[in-house]
Every structure is written in C-alpha cells, then in structure tokens.
Design a protein around this ligand. Sequence first.
Ligand code: ADP
Ligand code: MG
Length: 423
Amino acid sequence: MKLKLLSQTNVKNKTVLLKVDYNVPLTEKNGKYVVADSTRIERSLPTIHYLLENNCKIIITSHLGRPKGQIVEKFKLNPVAKTLGDLLEMPVKKLDYFVGDEVADEVKAMNNGEIIILENSRFHPGEKKNDLHLAKKLADLADIMVNDSFSSAHRSHATVVGVTKYIPVVAGLAFAKEVEMLSELIENPARPFVTVVGGAKISDKVEAVRNLSKISDVVLIGGGVANNFIKADGLEVYHSYLEEDGGDDKKKISFVAVAEELLEDTKAEKMMLHGYIPLSKILYPVDVVAAEEMENPKSVQNIDLTKNGEDVKIDPDVMFLDIGPNTRRLYRDIILQAKTIFWNGPMGVFEDPAFEEGTKDIARAIAKSPAKTILGGGDTIRSIHHFGLEDRYDYVSAAGGASLEFLSGKVLPGIEPMIDETV
Ligand code: ADP
Ligand code: MG
C-alpha cells in the first residue's frame, strides 16, 4: 500500500490542519490537570518540526478522553497545549473552541510559523457522527490536512474522514512509519514470521489473529486468549478467565467455536522446529501456572495440560493465570528462530509477580532475537516498561485497536483517502 506522504508534498507556506492523537493520561497536581505521560505528544514532534521548517501555519486538532459530544472540564486540551509548548520551546495558542467564528478569526490572524491548537474535537457531537457540515467548516480553515494520528484511523469521524472530502490529505511522518512497519508484516515479512498473541479479550484480537494465522509461519497463543483455544481442544479451563461469546443480538459469536475453526483451518499446515519436530501452525499452552485465588500463594501450581484426560487429578477450583515452564521453553525456542516477530498481549497476569514469568520470558526472548520485532497494545507496552526492556524492540506501536484492525487486512477509513492511486 502506497500512501500520499507529507515528505513528498509541497507544503511550503501553507495553512495545515494537523490531526494528531493527544489522547494522553492526565493527572491532578496542585488542583490543576497536567500531562502524566507525554509519549504521544513527542511522537508528533517530527511532523510539527517539518511543518515549521516549511513555514506553515499549523492548526492542531485532537481528541482527549470520552466527553460524549459535550464540554467536559477535565478533558480540555489546555494541559496538552502547555506540554506541547514546553517540548517545542515556543508558544502554542490554545483556543477555547473547536469550530466557529472565533476559530476562523484566530486562524485569519495567524502568521506563518505559528501554532494553534483547537479545543477537544469530541466536545462536538458532529465529530463522531462524521457530520459533513462540521467537516467543511474545519476544512475551510486550511489548505491541506496532515494526518499523524494512526490510532484513530479506524474511526469514521469528521476529523479523520469528513475533512478529506473537502481538502487534500497526506500522511504525517509518524503515521507513515506505522503503516510502513505494519504493512511489512502483512505484505512481505522475512520468514520465519512468528506472531505472539496474548492478553485478555479475544474479541479485540480475533480478526487480526485470523488474518495473521494465514500469513505467519506460526502463531503462539498465551494469556486469557489461550483459554479459548484450550477449551476448543476439548479441555476444561475451570474458573479461568474466558470470553465465551460476543457480537450482538442479531449475530452471536462463540469465541470458542472461532478458536476451533482457526485450529481446524490451519491443521494441515505444520511448522518445523529445529527442522525435525512438526508442529501445528497455531500453538497454545501445553502447561499453565494456575491458582485458586491470586492472593493465595499457597494455591499456585503448575498444571500439565498434556496429561489432561489421563488419570491426574486437577484442582477444579483453579484459574489459569500464566503460561507454564514447558510452554515458555517451547515458545522461546521458536521465537529465537524467527526473522520477523509481531507480539500483542501479555502471556499472563504479569501485574502479579507470581504470574509474570511467561510475559517476562517472552518479552526477553523477543528482545534478544535478531529478528525484526514489532509489538503493540497498551498492556503489552506497560509490561515491557515493567521489565525494563522498552528500548529493545524495532518498533513499538501505541495505536492499539487501529493497528489490530489494520493487521486484520481491512482498509481503514482514515487511510482510504490517503492511498496514492498513481502508483
Ligand atoms: P494489550 O493492552 O496489550 O492489548 P490486553 O488488554 O488484551 O493487552 O490484555 C492485558 C491483560 O490481560 C493484562 O492486564 C493481564 O493481566 C490480562 N491477562 C493475561 N493473561 C491472563 C489470564 N490467563 N487470565 C486473565 N487475565 C489475563
Ligand atoms: Mg489492554
């Protein structure tokens, strides 16, 4: 997929509507909100510097939180504007409005090389509805839109899609990098390509797993998601976390049935470990770390799932909370042979030291691997920080849902208007 890129567009002296993701965590300090983690703001700096070098007028738009179409004091973008100004070491003018005459007047009064930031786009009910009247008003402010917010590219909102009906749009530097990294996974991965999926809710991930199971050489499953596969194999998961079904009244989806279908679809495909052990393409744990209660260390036990059905007594009150030692060894061996690795979702409840080994081992193995390593997911990122491994991967995607939808093979609504049809 080729995108129209900011780096290949003449923006000299233009007025730019810059869409970013400043949906950052805030914290209260001396009765005022301040930005608690500025990572997302920092990610937009290369694009902003590029626009400043081109003498642009920059109008920034972002959302923050879920204000549901109304003005909510704690979701105002003032702290964000403050942090952005500090990082850029220049004034950033925060407007109290998102659209309207005041905004139009402020933009008219701008000089080249100046930055203003509009109020939270989701204060306006038209944002989520992709209200074209609203989109037109925003588009009228600028010559061109630059989208640097990959994380909202899966939303058909006014500042993602609507505006592009009226002015041209190109991908900002961070957006382009994200697409380049993720495209490589689905278009041209160096092989063996290993996908590692864990975390809690299978509903968020199932479409990405479905697509990646076609493209990857092997898919390693852990976390709560693994329970769907264990159950699909006919094994008991007792009191474990299990997202059984989803969808809506019209169409119910059983995620155990989906897991079974994925296993069935890939059954004939085998991968070879060390060139001699044929393994199924989708692997789930052969053993788990379980407990009756997380708070009760005495109840923590390893369970060998390969012995299930034999004459072994399994404590019926257990929850599976991490992948076991044999699974860790097996997954590590496979990871170390990969040339491309994508990882999303912790292998266990890593927040509790008793159940962190699986995630830690996998995070370390991926860090050590000479493969191209790409990972994403809010909790996955928290886990690598927790283990002190954050700088050890080639690309860490902060885009969450949008990257999973991209990996499921869909053309995201925010990407569609940026596709370069001339190549
Ligand atoms: P990400 O944010 O990286 O996409 P998820 O939100 O899908 O990841 O899942 C992360 C959560 O999954 C973690 O908080 C972790 O405690 C939980 N988790 C992992 N394994 C299990 C398990 N076996 N049972 C219950 N919860 C689990
Ligand atoms: Mg999460």
